[in-house]
Design a protein around this ligand. Structure first.
Ligand code: NDP
Length: 228
C-alpha cells in the first residue's frame, strides 16, 4: 500500500462550477491534485467537471445535510477552498439595508464557509498537511470599510476573523488556514473590467499549495500579505 503522503492530494472546491471557482478547479488539477468540483446543482458540477477532467459533487454550503453528506462520502481531503459566496450588495447602505438580505449573505458567505470548515476539519487534521483557504475580499478589510455593500463587506470581515480562529485551533494538526483576496476579477459577481479568472485563481492556488512551513492565519493577495 502507498503511504498517504505519496498518494495524490485531494481538493474540494465550493462554488466550483462558475466564476473563479472553475479556474481554481482547473489549476488545482493542473497542479496534480485530485479535485472535486462542487456546486449547488449536480448537473452544473458535472458539466464543468467533465470539461476539466475532475470529479463532481453536489454541495450547497447553506445546507447542513449536503455538506455533511459529502464530507462523509470522501475518504480523504487535503485541501478545501471556500469559494462560494453571494450578493456584492453595492446598491445597499448600512444605514437602511434590508437585514433579511444581509442575513442571507451572512448565511452563505460566513456560516456556509464555517459549516464546510467544520465538516471537513477531521479530513484536514488527518491529512497532516491540510490547507483551508477562505476566499475573502478587500471589501472586508476593517482598515478600509468605507461605505456601502454592508452585507457583503461584513460577511467577509467576519470570514477573516473566522480564518484567524480556525488557524489557531488547527495549527497543531499542521493545517494552514488563510484568507485570500483574488483581486477584482471579471465574473458574474465582479462584473466587466476586472482581471482574468486565471489571475484571481492563481492568488488562491498560492494558499492551497503552501509548504508545511508556510504561513497560517493570514490574509493575502497574490502571495503578499494584506492589512486586515
Ligand atoms: P460568482 O458570482 O461568479 O460565483 C459565485 C459562486 O458561488 C458560484 O459558483 C455559485 O454557485 C456559488 N454559490 C453561491 N451560493 C452557494 C451555495 N449556497 N452553495 C454552494 N455554492 C454557492 O463569484 P466569483 O467567482 O466572482 O467569486 C468567487 C469568490 O471570490 C467569492 O467568495 C467572492 O466573494 C470572491 N471575490 C470575488 C471578487 C471578484 O471581483 N469577482 C473580488 C473579491 C472576492 P451557483 O452557480 O450555484 O450560483
Amino acid at each position: 500500500m502507498v503511504p498517504m503522503s505519496q498518494e495524490r492530494r485531494v481538493a474540494v472546491v465550493t462554488g466550483g462550477a462558475r466564476g473563479i471557482g472553475v479556474e481554481v478547479c482547473r489549476q488545482l488539477s493542473d497542479a496534480g491534485l485530485d479535485v472535486w468540483c462542487t456546486a449547488r446543482s449536480l448537473d452544473d458540477a458535472e458539466a464543468v467537471a467533465g470539461q476539466l477532467g475532475v470529479r463532481a459533487a453536489a454541495l450547497d454550503v447553506t445546507d447542513r445535510a449536503s455538506v455533511e453528506a459529502l464530507a462523509a462520502r470522501l475518504a480523504r481531503v487535503d485541501v478545501v477552498v471556500n469559494d462560494a459566496a453571494i450578493d456584492y450588495d453595492t446598491d445597499q447602505r448600512a444605514v437602511d439595508a434590508d437585514l433579511d438580505r444581509v442575513q442571507r449573505a451572512l448565511s452563505t458567505n460566513l456560516l456556509g464557509a464555517w459549516r464546510v470548515a467544520q465538516a471537513f476539519a477531521p479530513h484536514l487534521r488527518a491529512s497532516g498537511h491540510g490547507r483551508l483557504v477562505n476566499v475573502s475580499s478587500a471589501a472586508g478589510q476593517i482598515s478600509g470599510m468605507g461605505s456601502g455593500a454592508p452585507g457583503y463587506r461584513l460577511s467577509k470581515l467576519a470570514l477573516n476573523g473566522l480564518t484567524q480562529l480556525l488557524a489557531g485551533e488547527l495549527r497543531a494538526a499542521g493545517v494552514l488556514v488563510n484568507a485570500v483576496c483574488p483581486g477584482w476579477v471579471a465574473t458574474d459577481m465582479g462584473g466587466a473590467g476586472g482581471r482574468p479568472v486565471t489571475d484571481g485563481a492563481r492568488s488562491i492556488l498560492w494558499a492551497c499549495l503552501l509548504p508545511d512551513d508556510g504561513p497560517t492565519g493570514g490574509f493575502f493577495r497574490d502571495g503578499r500579505p494584506l492589512p486586515w
